[in-house]
Design a binder for this molecule. Structure first.
Ligand code: SF4
Length: 218
C-alpha cells in the first residue's frame, strides 16, 4: 500500500511537471504533449507516423525502450537504423546518412530544460545533425528523467549522466567510464564531440515532443 502511494506521488509530480514543460515547449514552436506511460508514448508515435512511412532512427536508447523499431515495422513502416547488427561497415555508414532523409526522424533527447530548450551531445554528430535541420518531420520522445532546471544543468547532464553509459554501451573507454562523471577529456575515444542546443523548433519542419512519465534512455 505504501509503495503504491509513493509511485502515485511520483506519477502525479511528473504529470504536473509535464504540463509545465508542455507550455514551455509549445511557446517555442514545438507540438508538445505529455503521456503517463511508454505504451502511450508509442501510441502517440503511431498516431503521428502513418502506416507504410519511412522512419529514420538514430542512436537512441529511449526509442528502443518504447518498442518503436518492432512496432513501426509491424505497421508496415520502413525503419532505417544503423544499429541493425546485420549491416556491414560500409552499409552502416550509408544508413547513418539515409536515416536523415527518411520521412520521419524519430529520436530521444539528452536533456530538456524547464523553459523548453532541448540539449543533445554526439560523438559522430549524425543525430544532432538530423535534429538541427531536415525536410522531414521530427519526433522527440523524452522520459521525465531528462528534465533539467536550466541550460547549465542540461549541458552538465549530457556529459555527466548521458555520456558515460553511452560510452560503455559503445565499448569505448574514455575516462568517464572509470570515474562515472565527465573530466572534459581529450581521449582518442572521447564519446561526446558535438553539442546541440535547440532554443526553438527550427524553421521549415514540424517538430513534435512527447514527454513520458517514465525513466527512459540516457
Ligand atoms: S569529455 Fe570525455 S570524460 Fe567527459 S563525458 Fe565526454 S568522453 Fe566522458
Amino acid at each position: 500500500m505504501e509503495q503504491s502511494s509513493f509511485a502515485a506521488a511520483r506519477r502525479e509530480h511528473w504529470k504536473v511537471l509535464g504540463a509545465t514543460l508542455v507550455r514551455s515547449l509549445t511557446a517555442k514552436g514545438f507540438q508538445a504533449q505529455y503521456v503517463p506511460t511508454k505504451e502511450e508514448a508509442l501510441a502517440e508515435v503511431f498516431r503521428i507516423i502513418p502506416e507504410g512511412a519511412t522512419v529514420g532512427i538514430p542512436g537512441s536508447v529511449t526509442i528502443r525502450e518504447i518498442g518503436a523499431v518492432e512496432g513501426l515495422r509491424a505497421r508496415g513502416c520502413t525503419v532505417i537504423h544503423h544499429w541493425d547488427p546485420s549491416l556491414t561497415q560500409e552499409q552502416r555508414m550509408q544508413t547513418l546518412q539515409d536515416e536523415l532523409l527518411a520521412q520521419y526522424f524519430l529520436t530521444g533527447t539528452n536533456a530538456v530544460t524547464l523553459d523548453g530548450t532541448l540539449v543533445n551531445i554526439d560523438g559522430n554528430g549524425n543525430r544532432v545533425s538530423g535534429m538541427a535541420w531536415g525536410r522531414n518531420t521530427i519526433i522527440f520522445v523524452a522520459g521525465m528523467n531528462k528534465v533539467t532546471k536550466d541550460l547549465d544543468e542540461a549541458i552538465a547532464r549530457t556529459r555527466n549522466v548521458a555520456t558515460p553509459p553511452n560510452a560503455l554501451r559503445l565499448n569505448l573507454q574514455p575516462p568517464c567510464t572509470k570515474t562515472g562523471h565527465c573530466v572534459n577529456c581529450n581521449a582518442p575515444e572521447r564519446a561526446c564531440k558535438a553539442l546541440l542546443i535547440l532554443e526553438r523548433a527550427t524553421t521549415g519542419r514540424t517538430s513534435h515532443v512527447i514527454l513520458v512519465g517514465d525513466d527512459l534512455g540516457f
